[in-house]
Design a binder for this molecule. Sequence first.
Ligand code: ADP
Length: 535
Amino acid sequence: MMQTPLTLVSMFERAEKFFPKKSVISRTHDAIRRFTYKETGARIRALGSVLEKLNVKKGDKVGTLAWNHHRHLEAYFAIPSLGAVLHTINIRLSLDHLAYIINHAEDKVLLIDEDVLPLVEKIRDQLTTVEAFIVMTDKAVLPESTLDPLYSYERLLEDGDEQYTFTADIAENDPAGMCYTSATTGKPKGVVYTHRGIVLHAMALSMADTAALSESDVIMPVVPMFHVNAWGMPFAATWLGSTQVLPGPMSVPKVLAELIESYKVTKTAGVPTIWLGLLNEIEQNDYDMSSLEAVLCGGAAAPKGLIQAFEQKHGIPFMHAYGLTETTPLVTISRLKSYQQNLSNEEQLDIRAKQGMVVPGLEVKVVNDRGEVQPDGEDMGELLVRGPWIADEYYKDDRTQDAFRDGWFYTGDVVTVDGEGNIKIVDRTKDLIKSGGEWISSVDLENALMAHDAVYEAAVVAVPDPKWQERPIACVVLKEGAAATKEDLIQFLEPQFAKFWLPDDILFLEEIPKTSVGKFLKRALRKQVEEALEV
Ligand code: ADP
């Protein structure tokens, strides 16, 4: 067979050629705008020509610090199409980490949203490789800034060449993008994505038995474009010619609900905290959510109660998926097999709340701490993954040796696998609670608590215990206006768990600290709990 390279250039060219009338709808700071793929293609080309004039060459890194909007989408294609590397930067990281990753990646140019400029100004003096800054704004006038040289994205594009042809000689295994994981300890770790990996991942995302993305979809990635390429959705959606809705900055639940209603969004993706927020919004106010065909949820475990509320109360199909920055990210997706459709609601929900089966194209195995493969069933072990969109190293980082061994990526997630091949994440290795020689899953307790009517959010952490080594403590945020006592919640958990699993205490909090991508920040919570309990 022919060996033709799988590259990102052909992805946007396909949209430009076959779907010139279809749209990208983009919410920016100042407006909601609509661009056809014809216009988007021309803008990608113009951006390519502009970056070339700024001396961006094959292999150079170009950083983006931006929300989900059309300019970011244009950068997604223009940068890799030059043979350069799109480095999406998580704007919620600490200043130290921001400076670290920009220097570590050796970014040459930074594309920055206007509201993020002050962050970059604060670390300007620490940046050792950046030669130019470009501000992405709707405003005609360049904002006041100490960054130098600072260009306006739109002014540059006016002088750009909309007919520009990308001529870089790109091999499919060349780097196209990179992203740093928001490491919970130590410095962020860089992951480089190849053209081939991204293209194959987009294919995997579009299969009928996965997220089934298609031309007829209106796709709204809520997961930030700086978090594992918004889970690859902008790449797949462009390639397929789907309509895209990019929700922009500060996309609070009300904004999301309005966008879904106005543009008849069919598929959307985000972390559970986003969907908890949306659920709250649609329960308080009336919206038409009938266009939704799939709410993809990943990044952290989707509580059963959340799935149930979306599906059974609101008739919105929910889809639980799992992956990591190192895996581009899709690894598993939870769907019922044809012969499971007639199981009871409860049985179906039990399956759907698991993270699901590995998607076609990847292989997984589960090993115990002696490296022995665990049989399917009750036995827990660490999940290992390999395949064409799985990283095989961290970018210039010694920690590669821990995570990438013998041709496998060690995910750091402890799982069980049922007889149907469905993976259930029990916990992250570091969050498992070790009590009296047994393991307690913080995730299971959290999900059970979040199924209680009065509970908005729940997170469970371990505290040191002289007798048992560690014991679970639950932290709960109650829904507005709802009431429940510690005793109520323990009583609610009792029939579901062995006695030693029950939390020793339940603390009621105003909010649970979250990571930069909206997951529970267990490290901070543990500290907070230890201080509160004086352990
Ligand atoms: P980080 O959270 O370290 O920034 P990632 O965003 O790559 O990095 O997160 C990957 C981790 O998120 C996984 O290792 C896993 O622990 C967790 N995760 C992702 N999806 C799910 C899911 N559906 N259920 C439970 N945990 C999940």
